[in-house]
Design a binder for this molecule. Structure first.
Ligand SMILES: Cc1ncc(COP(=O)(O)O)c(C=O)c1O
Length: 400
């Protein structure tokens, strides 16, 4: 079958929920992916902030290959060591006391929303509402699209789940004003990822923490995209000097294996008891064996996180030089670590396509924000290669 035949088969058999790029990927190694014709691409997407340690990371791969030969799944009716070991590692390296495992970011947020409601119900305070922000993204289940402060994700799925309200991002005063006697929690991303790589002011989370403490409500951080080293710390909240009550993770946690986690402090976690929440596949030995190696790789020494911070700075500087050269189409460069966005005054889809033709894969979110999410061990040579390609593409658009 030709590549075109296969792409046609995809249309025939797979539901039409993605606007896919016309690439058939068959192999990945480190920060490279390869199509069926053997063409190599530098990967500045990392499976959407998932393959933080690179494709087929040897340490992760060996761990889950070994585990695959021992035990893949038993259900959560029983105890398994990889799950316990992973939970311990997450607790030891974060604010949290307890972990709930699931399979995706949406499920982690769904679990967080349920935990907020159950905790409040147990306290008998009549609170259940959650304040989230415009341009947020929290997932695709019914509760998490409702939590997502973007109407385009709501359309066609009404009636939505009751109990959510929205305020502008990076506006702590707006949160304070929106709190009512029904508010149970505030839920935000430390940096909005899908919403356009929006980095809030340095004191934003600190102010939210203060407001939540003063009003006796919970602070939930969605670190599905910012977590696991992406911003140059294990978790983005670690830059802020505050700790959340609940945090959600997924994406980079399994470096490609599907795993999500919802972490909480003990008093809050206690609201979940047998029967209140569950997942058949949540925290299987297979995915946990991979995630253990991810956490160990990121915490055993600082090299990778240090590289992420340094390369993030370098890439940001280079993108800013490009902005100076093409101010008519590049509006803004922003981000932290290797979660970087470049806002354009034109749509970005064609630029993504042109970059792919030239051998580098990048992403575009919110139509006009080019997003760069390379594996955390990216090097200056590959960044320079990206910059050469971007320069060529911008030069051909502007004729400059
Ligand atoms: C911040 C954030 N939360 C939740 C999700 C949903 O994660 P998943 O697609 O694994 O359900 C995403 C996905 O992009 C995300 O960026």
């Amino acid at each position: 079958m030709t590549v075109n035949d296969i792409l046609e088969e995809s249309k025939k058999y797979i539901m039409n929920t993605y606007k896919r790029l016309p690439l058939l990927i068959v192999k990945g190694r480190g920060n490279r992916i390869y199509d069926r014709d053997g063409r190599e691409y530098i990967d500045f997407v990392s499976g959407l902030a998932v393959n933080n340690l690179g494709h087929c990371n040897p340490r992760v791969t060996v761990a889950f290959q070994k585990q695959a030969q021992r035990l893949v799944h038993t259900s959560n009716l029983f105890y398994t060591e990889p799950q316990i070991n992973l939970a311990r590692l997450l607790v030891e390296n974060s604010f949290a006391d307890k972990v709930f495992f699931c399979n995706s970011g949406a499920e982690a947020n769904e679990a967080a929303i349920k935990l907020v409601r159950k905790y409040s119900k147990d306290k008998g305070n009549g609170r259940y509402e959650i304040i989230t922000t415009y341009n947020s993204f929290h997932g695709r289940t019914l509760a998490t699209i409702t939590a997502t402060g973007q109407e385009r994700f709501h359309k066609g799925f009404e009636p939505l789940v009751p109990g959510f309200s929205y305020v502008p991002y990076n506006d702590a005063d707006a949160v304070e004003k929106a709190i009512t006697d029904k508010t149970a929690a505030v839920m935000v991303e430390p940096i909005q990822g899908e919403g356009g790589v929006n980095v809030p002011d340095e004191d934003y989370l600190k102010r939210l923490r203060k407001i939540c403490d003063a009003k006796g409500i919970l602070l939930v951080l969605d670190e599905v995209q910012t977590g696991l080293g992406r911003t140059g710390r294990l978790f983005a909240y670690q830059y802020t000097g505050i700790e959340p009550d609940i945090m959600t993770l997924a994406k980079g946690l399994g470096n490609g294996l599907p795993i999500g986690a919802m972490l909480a402090t003990d008093p809050i976690a206690q609201a979940f008891t047998p029967g209140t929440h569950a997942s058949t596949f949540g925290g299987t030995p297979l995915v946990c064996s991979a995630a253990i190696e991810v956490i160990k790789t990121l915490t055993e020494d600082e090299m990778l996180l240090d590289n992420c911070r340094r390369m993030g700075k370098y890439l940001t500087e280079e993108l800013n030089s490009l902005k100076e050269k093409y101010p008519q189409i590049i509006r803004n460069v922003r981000g932290k670590g290797l979660l970087i966005g470049m806002e354009l005054s034109i749509k970005g889809d064609d630029i993504v396509q042109e970059c792919i033709k030239k051998g580098v894969v990048i992403n575009c979110t919110m139509e006009r924000v080019l997003r760069f999410l390379p594996p955390l061990d990216i090097n200056p040579i590959d960044i320079d290669a990206l910059m050469d390609i971007l320069s060529e593409v911008f030069s051909s658009i502007t004729g400059q």
